[in-house]
Ligand binder design. Structure first.
Ligand code: MCN
Length: 788
């Protein structure tokens, strides 16, 4: 391993600009003559728009334009769409409703955009927005997931507010397995609704070039090429070659910046209409209302076991709240990943799962760090833990008895796991967490009035969506491959162009590490370029922890081509046969001789090729490649959480956290550890603190950071993070994604630990002090009876 190659804990190259304040974010981009956009948003969960009077607003100082949904429709700006199809079990397609970027007839959630005010300054736009008079006729609404089907019908296309009723697995065989079971564990589970809250709010800036009739959009996007594709192909604002999308530095996304939002479409449309650059910068309270939320599942789940604790079957019915519209472009992905990961790490012969996706009068719900996999893990890991407690089996032992032990393994719910050693991670985690010493720690805690508990989560994840695995019950096989281009300069320095988009994950370092390892050049001589559709030809962006597994695999392919070509050049330069050329540590050598040439000599020759016979070797040394993943990768691991609960107040303190994850080959262990820390913090937030709550009138009552609790440093323990390693055979580097693992594992570990501490399984997330205290009180009579 070289000091900057694969496996080295290289410090993140990009951090210099981030910590010195020289990063360049979308809001930092300022165009000559730039105007500001402020949106007028619905204050109602559901209402008919009777009229919009913009006359007073138009007369306000600095106002350039006030635009509405009627004008958007008149200009034939198309609707936003969800590109991921799921078919109901009766064969009917999902019920997707038109989603205009500005509502013209009805509004469907508090925050739905109705009009936009464009003015010279932000303050002028805000003042004028207050003067737009809208006459609404308020209509009945529904926000509660469980009651959505019985609520007033929101969209004509979707009776009972049902988008699809999807099922996976064999219902009859699963029922038969349940009928034969000796033990059945049943749970009602709510996966709480979360707000993404990336530190940088969303921003869109659009500029129209009248001379070329072209548009440029700078936006906070995780996937600028997909934004361009959707905006040109479906919304129809401009053809692809007349639209450039640039996503510069992005301050976190966690999934919420995958989607193409109304504001981006409106800014582009308004820029062309007004012939002025238009910028919209979200405010934090606006982000609460308009950024796609995550999770929001209501599930009934059951686990069937035989008398030895062998799992026979799993059955789950979930209502998934997708909000007022399907979000662009992936609303169905979390439900897909949820259902297909219900096997967990276990060899479960039969699984039957039903997912009812519903509309409600809430902001759209889509992928948020984990996207379906935290929901699945929570269901499986709660069931297994509770079953163990009910059957009097040690929870680690019950897991061990049921782990999948040989690979490849085909689950009953589409996924084909390729590699893993679940027992190895469990074993290491048990040692690191000193589980043997837990009982003593529990007794010590009891002496000072604290309840100690231990919770496990042996999670599995699927990363890097493989088109071949994504078909099946889905309506389409989306091409989620990735591109990479290696541009070698004559002096030997390298630019890597990738279709992935880093927004905190450190790609500028890890992608450069791979190049440094392969070409033997210093990491300082490598630049990673991403996020600009004019520079990178195509890419699918970053989400689903795919950049390592898919994006870097494309880079491996491109580097293979570069190396092959460089060897060809070297054979002419060194006057030897191509098969005799060896390349190692940045040096080309003729086998068995001392004839050699450095990387820089060969790159120079490749461009200034006086020794090259034209025709045999074309000049230049830049190559590109696409990588098409044959399968998902399946990171997995074991997280163990130890808590102390104050029985008097219900306050939970996480006192120990052990994470042992298997991400296959590690490119940069320090970056990976950082990703695990971030993910676990996210998952602890879901378990203990975060909750987006709508009241019965559809108002988001936790709509600010005063009411919506995010984890702080003092809420988090010191993490013990270790890894095990089984390389995946599904990509050339043998690596599996790591960016979401913590968020997937953590909620189940926390809740399993608290329920262990308080001796009651009736606990909902977020397990705030009030929720835990109430559960303790409810469990009191049973505890007393047991003691007597
Ligand atoms: N890596 C590695 N070795 C591995 C696997 C990955 O060194 N075996 C490195 C990768 O090269 C990359 C990083 O770890 O630098 C994360 O890689 P990967 O797991 O492939 O995830 P992505 O790069 O595709 O990032 C997406 C993932 C997701 S889906 C969410 S959500 C998320 C996350 O990353 N959002 C984040 N981490 C985030 N981190 C920050 N700071 N901000 C976000 O918004």
């Amino acid at each position: 391993m070289s000091a900057t190659g694969i496996g080295a804990a290289v410090r993140r190259k990009e951090d210099f600009r981030f910590i010195t304040g020289t990063g360049h974010y979308t809001d930092d981009e300022v165009r000559p003559g730039e105007t500001r956009a402020v949106f007028v948003r619905s204050p109602h969960a559901r209402a008919k728009i009777n009229s919009i009077d913009a006359s007073a607003a138009k007369k306000m100082p600095g106002v350039v334009a006030v635009l509405t949904g009627a004008e958007l429709a008149a200009d034939k700006v198309g609707n936003l769409i969800c590109g991921w199809m799921i078919t109901s079990k009766d064969g009917s397609p999902m019920k997707m409703t038109p989603h205009p970027a500005l509502a013209a007839d009805t509004v469907n959630y508090v925050g739905d955009a109705v009009a936009v005010v464009i003015a010279e300054t932000q303050a002028q736009a805000r003042d004028a927005a207050e003067k737009v008079k809208i006459d609404y006729q308020v209509l009945p609404s529904v926000t509660d997931t469980a009651k959505a089907k019985a609520g007033p019908q929101i969209h004509e296309v979707a009776p009972k507010n049902t988008i699809y009723e999807w099922s996976l697995g064999d219902a009859k065989a699963t029922d038969a397995a349940f009928a034969a079971a000796k033990h059945v564990t049943k749970l009602d589970i709510v996966n709480n609704r979360l707000v993404p809250n990336a530190i940088e709010p969303r921003v869109a800036l659009a500029e129209y070039d009248a001379g070329n009739d072209s548009l440029t959009l700078w936006n906070t996007s995780q996937n600028p090429h997909v934004a361009r594709l959707v905006i040109s192909a479906f919304v129809g604002i401009a053809p692809e070659h007349k639209l450039r999308v640039i996503a510069p530095d992005v301050g976190g996304g966690f999934g919420s910046k995958i989607f193409i939002y109304p504001e981006e479409v409106v800014c582009l449309w308004a820029a062309r209409k007004t012939r002025r650059p238009v910028k919209w910068t979200s405010e934090r309270s606006e982000a609460f209302l308009c950024d796609a939320h995550g999770r929001d599942h209501v599930t009934h789940a059951e686990l069937a076991l035989d008398e030895h604790g062998k799992i026979l079957a799993l059955r789950a019915h979930t209502i998934a709240n997708l909000g007022a519209y399907m979000s662009t472009f992936s609303s169905s992905v979390p439900t897909y990943l949820y259902a297909t990961l219900l096997s967990g790490q276990y060899d479960i012969p039969q699984i039957y799962c039903e997912v009812d996706a519903v509309y409600t009068n809430t902001v759209p719900v889509d992928a948020l760090r984990g996207a379906g996999r935290p929901e699945a893990t929570f269901v499986v890991e709660r069931l297994v833990e509770v079953a163990a407690r009910q059957m009097g089996i040690d929870p680690a032992d019950l897991r061990r008895r049921n782990f999948i032990k040989s690979f490849p393994h085909q689950t009953p719910v589409i996924m084909a796991y390729d590699a893993g050693d679940y027992n190895a991670s469990l074993k290491k985690a048990l040692e690191l967490a000193d589980v043997k010493g837990f009982n003593k720690r529990k007794r010590d805690a009891a002496r000072h009035g604290k309840l100690r508990g231990l919770g496990y989560s042996t999670y599995i994840e699927a990363c890097g969506i493989a088109p071949s695995q994504a078909v099946g019950s889905l309506g389409c096989g989306v091409g989620l491959w990735e591109s990479a281009e290696v541009r070698v300069n004559p002096t030997g320095s390298v630019e890597v162009l990738t279709g992935c988009h880093a927004h905190g994950q450190g790609h500028e370092t890890t992608f450069a590490q791979l190049v440094s390892e392969r070409l033997g050049i210093p990491i300082e001589n490598i630049t990673v370029v991403h996020g600009d559709t004019d520079k990178v030809q195509f890419g699918m962006g970053t989400y689903g922890s795919r950049s390592g597994a898919v994006g870097m695999s494309a880079l491996v392919k491109a580097l293979d081509k570069v190396e092959a070509k460089a060897k060809k050049v070297a054979s002419h330069v060194l006057e030897a046969s191509e098969s005799d050329i060896e390349f190692k540590d940045g040096k080309f050598t003729v086998a068995g001789t001392d004839k050699s040439a450095a990387w820089g000599d060969i790159t120079l020759q490749a461009y200034v090729a006086h020794k090259l016979p034209w025709g045999d070797v074309e000049p230049g040394l830049s190559e590109g490649a696409f990588y098409d993943p044959a399968n998902f990768t399946f990171p997995a691991g074991c997280h163990i959480c130890e808590v102390e609960v104050d029985a008097e107040t219900g306050k939970t303190e996480i006192v120990n956290w052990t994470a042992v994850d298997d991400f296959g080959t590690l490119i940069n262990p320090m970056i990976v550890e950082g990703q695990v820390h971030g993910g676990v913090a996210h998952g602890i937030g879901q378990a203990l603190l975060e909750h987006a709550v709508y009241d019965k009138d559809g108002q988001l009552v936790t709509g600010s950071l005063m009411d919506y609790a995010m984890p702080h440093a003092h809420d988090l323990p010191s993490f013990k993070v270790e890894t095990t390693e089984t390389k995946t055979p599904s990509n050339p580097l043998g690596l599996k994604g790591c960016g979401e693992a913590g968020a997937i594992a953590a909620p189940a570990a926390v809740i399993n630990a608290i329920t262990d501490a308080i001796g009651s399984e009736e606990l909902t997330m977020p397990a705030t002090a009030n929720v835990v205290w109430s559960a303790i009180q409810r469990a009191q009579p049973a505890r007393q009876a047991a003691a007597e």
